[in-house]
Design a protein around this ligand. Structure first.
Ligand SMILES: Nc1ncnc2c1ncn2[C@@H]1O[C@H](COP(=O)(O)OP(=O)(O)OP(=O)(O)O)[C@@H](O)[C@H]1O
Ligand SMILES: [Mg+2]
Length: 422
């Protein structure tokens, strides 16, 4: 793998998607290779069968290697599943003596305080992302280094996950012969690929409805406020059709992709489609509106779950920019219209942006997470090589010894380089 080549593996419940890209001199990403395989051994975003998942990941990696002509040594990998939880925490650093400019060391001390959560031994920190700083009561400071002050508070968004889930995923990727450069929480990766700065500033919800999960990230005043995973997705939509229409899953899945909608009122009541059915009768006729009614019920339930989750996080009035959908299920006809009606906020589909080359094949909300991983990788690597583009995510990935690579100090250094424009 050449220095400027980056690799990303999105381990989803429906598909594994590996991308290889190179960072161009003008800080763009050019995709060199894509490897997509149906997922195996992954349920609701989590590995539940090491052998199956390793084989599927391996196949996806090999395809991306063949299509790019590059050997993948290490990669940024998505992590999902409802074992992951998030919270916002504050750390404080008092500047000793008389007032003097705040240093990187002061920031590191505040950060240490913020991540001092006394977690049980079966949980660990996946991300600790700087949201903003407070210097002597002055709120929303984005970069305190060099400012005068006696007290520095650092507000961070912390994502923790189950050690077992982290180890299982790492094991599968490494079993497929690729080192895990960093695990990135899926909704954060998807957000990276589709959200505009203005949306993050004004308040926005990202909801990635994939196969087995709905992944949520909420941003306000430019930084991440809340993230979560709900273990319900497109699989459940198909499953409802199986139960309601009584046909085999794989056939019903095709029926959903071809004729599905969640706006029954937009479907002609007379329209009939033929489907494979269980039982003696091999085929039967079903009304397309009936399909839409079943899908609508589940989509409304998912929308309600999103609403309740975001409200519980304390956020319902502040999302001026509304909701952005990614994930394969974002392609379900009627989703935008129904969501705008139910949630009474602006809603749009998030297409991955910021990549060139082969980008037509990635032009679907289902690839938001994989493209977002590449952006994440570019920002991290740019920061490491000292040529970061200065748009730092303000993120700090604290990798705990033993599971991830690198220690606290290294990670903090990396983050500070990302945050502070050269
Ligand atoms: N046009 C479409 N209409 C409805 N559903 C669709 C459409 N295209 C894809 N899907 C659904 O999207 C889901 C797959 O989405 P995606 O590829 O984002 O999942 P994933 O990332 O593998 O899973 P997860 O993120 O939940 O672990 C499947 O359930 C599939 O049925
Ligand atoms: Mg996904």
């Amino acid at each position: 793998m050449k220095d400027n080549v980056l690799a990303a593996i999105d381990v989803g419940s429906s598909k594994i998607c590996t991308l290889v890209a190179e960072a161009t001199p003008d800080d763009d990403l050019r995709v060199l290779g894509i490897g997509i395989t149906p997922a195996d051994g992954v349920k609701k975003g989590m590995v539940d069968n090491i052998q199956g998942a390793t084989a599927a990941i391996n196949e996806s990696i090999e395809r991306a290697e063949r299509s790019s002509g590059t050997k993948i040594v290490s990669a940024y990998v998505s992590i999902s599943g409802n074992h992951a939880t998030s919270l916002n925490n504050r750390g404080t650093s008092t500047i000793p003596g008389k007032q003097r400019p705040i240093t990187e060391e002061d920031v590191e001390r505040a950060l240490e305080g913020a991540r001092d959560l006394s977690l049980p031994t079966n949980r660990e920190v996946l991300h600790s992302i700087a949201r903003f700083f407070v210097v002597d009561g002055q709120e929303q400071v984005t970069d305190p280094v060099g400012m005068y002050g006696g007290r520095l508070d650092m507000d961070t968004h912390i994502v923790t996950g189950s050690v077992t889930a982290i180890q299982n995923l790492t094991q599968c990727v490494e079993g497929a012969g690729v080192q895990v450069e960093m695990l990135v929480f899926s909704p954060l990766a998807a957000a990276e690929a589709v959200l505009e700065d203005e949306e993050k500033e004004q308040g926005v919800i990202l909801a990635d409805i994939g196969g087995g999960t709905t992944e949520i990230a909420v941003f306000v005043e430019g930084s991440v406020f809340h993230t979560t995973i709900i273990p319900v997705g497109g699989y459940h939509l198909t499953h409802d059709l199986v139960a309601g229409l009584r046909g085999p899953f794989s056939h019903v899945e095709e029926l959903k992709l071809e004729y599905g909608s969640c706006m029954p009122s937009r479907i002609d009541a007379e329209e009939i489609v033929e489907m494979e059915a269980f039982g003696g009768q091999r085929t039967k006729e079903v009304s397309r509106r009936r399909i839409a009614e079943i899908l609508q019920a589940r989509i409304e339930e998912i929308l309600e779950m999103i609403y309740i989750d975001v409200k519980r996080a304390g956020f319902d009035d502040m999302v001026a920019a509304g909701l952005v959908f990614t994930g394969g299920t974002a392609e379900l006809p009627g989703l935008i219209e129904l969501s705008e009606m139910v949630l009474r906020m602006p809603v749009r589909t998030g297409m991955p942006i910021g990549v060139q080359g082969l980008s037509d094949s990635l032009n679907s909300p289902a690839y938001a997470t994989s493209v977002g991983l590449l952006h994440w990788a570019a920002a991290e690597e740019g920061a490491v090589n000292g040529n970061g583009n200065g748009n730092g995510h303000g993120k700090l990935n604290l990798k705990m010894p033993g599971v991830n690579l690198g220690g606290f100090a290294g990670a903090a250094g990396k983050w500070i380089r990302t945050l502070i424009p050269k």
